[in-house]
Design a protein. Structure first.
Length: 202
């Protein structure tokens, strides 16, 4: 019976940790979007002012700030729910054990009370260390999306890159040529540059 209760407690905690991981992943994505918006706004300030886009940029930045704040709140709420959930399931387990023991044990009161009291003492001595372990697990689950993003960023398997060669750069010999270059800002549907080709001669 104790194993069943531990299993149910573990399932409940797993749900709380999954919510923490999802909320923190949303927070990371919202922070990335906010950083991209601010960087593109700073780097394109002249273009933004020239085309009178300050209102749109401001609205997009405020939306990104709100999404980031909401995701941060959800992550903190999910992390904070781990300890109370664990304590409530422990208390419910103890109450259920007492109820079942009082109905199912036919022995004299003194015999099973000793065993039950020993179990209760062990259970309550383990609550704090196990709660600390579960809090640590929730913290790791919260940081996991950021670590996965960092691993993806550092991984070369999903990106094109040039392997370092033995030739050293000796300067521009003839020209730099761009063919069919297109670019658009993350928050825009329309391309800022589309199918642009040009040559920069030495």
């Amino acid at each position: 019976m104790s194993l069943v209760l531990v299993f149910l407690s573990s399932l409940t905690l797993k749900g709380a940790m999954k919510r923490a991981e999802i909320a923190n992943r949303m927070g990371n994505e919202a922070m990335k979007k906010l950083n991209d918006l601010i960087l593109s706004a700073i780097s394109g300030m002249r273009v933004i002012k020239a085309f009178n886009r300050e209102g749109l940029v401001r609205k997009n930045v405020y939306k990104a700030i709100d999404r980031n704040a909401e995701a941060t709140y959800m992550g903190a709420k999910a992390n904070a729910s781990v300890l109370p959930v664990f304590e409530m399931t422990s208390i419910a387990s103890l109450a259920l054990i007492l109820i079942v023991a009082s109905f199912s044990l036919n022995a004299e009161m003194g015999q099973w009370v000793e065993v039950l009291l020993t179990f209760v003492v062990i259970l309550f001595r383990l609550i704090v260390p196990v709660a600390m372990i579960n809090q640590g697990r929730a913290s790791i689950a919260g940081v996991l999306p950021a670590m996965r993003g960092l691993d993806d960023f550092l991984s070369r398997s999903n990106k094109l890159y040039l392997i370092d060669g033995k030739k050293s750069y000796l300067g521009l010999k003839e020209k730099i040529e761009f063919q069919g270059v297109s670019f658009k800002y993350a928050q825009e549907d329309k391309y800022a540059l589309e199918d642009l080709s040009f040559v920069i001669r030495k």
